[in-house]
Design a protein around this ligand. Structure first.
Ligand code: ZN
Length: 333
């Protein structure tokens, strides 16, 4: 048993309370490799933004959970080395799908876990979430739960259709489970293809897809039911057109990739939404940078020569999200 506190990590309780009061949101960035983690920490340290490092099921399969956990521990020290005196870094399990997995992360030094039982019937979702909460809270580890179903594909989490969260359920759910935050479904979606062309309209000038707006009425109704309760948005990448264009220009093929407009996320960040998950955007930045180098310098075979630029582009992306979308810069001096 290792406590996250020994590792210099923090849970989400204070982070979220401050974010709701201050009208901003905490970035939750997924990481799978060293370059991505370096970019996240560099961006957070340079902007003094609290940050949530997320480990998904896919990341655990790809990079090994033990290695990722020690990397997060190293990230705290790296942040200090970069001159961030009191780093506020949370290590979070993304989409935990069983009590056993959540327990193993709590025991291993994670400061926050998500139990995603949203695909189960309502009462089973409550029972499993409560079981995880009861265990995690003994060690001051915070728990995110989910109500409603997001569309899209994220590692092994996939659903074809979305079901908006029912505002009439949230009080009962939060009260009976004791969860610390709630992921809701209001039209965000996992992956780089958040909407089909049929769901969108097309901008006549650029020919690009314009996605349907998020269901802010559902968010408002949830906030009315649970005033001041931390709300989480998954699947909130914006799929920046510049990265998609770069990928397509240098041999890639991502037709009609579309995400959530940043304007809508900015609006959400000012509300009780205090955690916004962004993963696909950094995948796109990484891929765009690597493709560019390899296309322009076919003789290059040193991974540092293409992973380095990828890291730089991701750092730029994370800083942009922190400063221009979430507003979390300067909140962890
Ligand atoms: Zn998610």
């Amino acid at each position: 048993m290792v406590s996250f506190k020994e590792l210099g990590l923090v849970n989400t309780r204070e982070m979220f309370a401050k974010a709701i009061k201050g009208g901003y949101a905490i970035p939750a960035f997924n990481f799978n490799n060293m370059e991505q983690l370096q970019a996240i920490i560099k961006a957070s340290a340079e902007t003094k933004s609290p940050v949530i490092l997320q480990v998904s099921k896919g990341a655990r399969n790809y990079a090994n959970q033990t290695l990722l956990r020690y990397m997060a521990q190293g990230a705290v020290e790296y942040a200090k080395e970069l001159g961030w005196e009191h780093p506020q870094i949370c290590l979070h399990l993304d989409h935990g799908d069983s009590f056993e997995l959540c327990k193993s992360c709590v025991d291993f030094g994670f400061s926050s876990v998500m139990i995603d039982a949203s695909s189960l019937p309502y009462e089973e979702n409550i029972a499993l979430t409560k079981k995880v909460v009861d265990y995690a809270h003994q060690f001051d580890v915070t728990v995110e739960a989910e109500l409603g179903v997001l569309a899209g594909v994220e590692d092994e989490v996939a659903s074809e259709v979305s079901h908006y969260t029912k505002p009439e359920e949230v009080v009962d759910f939060a009260t009976r489970t004791g969860c610390d935050s709630l992921a809701i479904s209001i039209g965000t979606s996992h992956g780089a293809y958040k909407f089909t062309p049929e769901q969108c309209t097309r901008d006549p000038k650029t020919g690009r897809l314009v996605p349907p707006p998020l269901a802010f009425d559902v968010l408002d109704a949830v906030m009315e039911q649970l005033p001041g309760f931390p709300i989480v948005l998954h699947g909130s990448s914006s799929v920046p057109q510049e990265y998609v264009d770069m990928i397509n220009k240098y041999g890639g093929k991502l037709p009609d990739a579309v995400g959530i407009p940043e304007e809508q996320l900015r609006k959400a960040a000012k509300s009780a939404v205090c955690k916004i998950n962004i993963d696909s955007d950094s995948r796109l930045a990484f891929t765009a940078a690597v493709r560019k180098v390899l296309a322009e310098k076919p003789g290059e075979f040193d991974p540092r020569k293409y992973c380095g630029p990828a890291r730089d582009l991701m750092t730029e992306l994370y800083k942009h999200k922190i400063i221009n979308v979430l507003g979390s810069d300067g909140k962890a001096e």
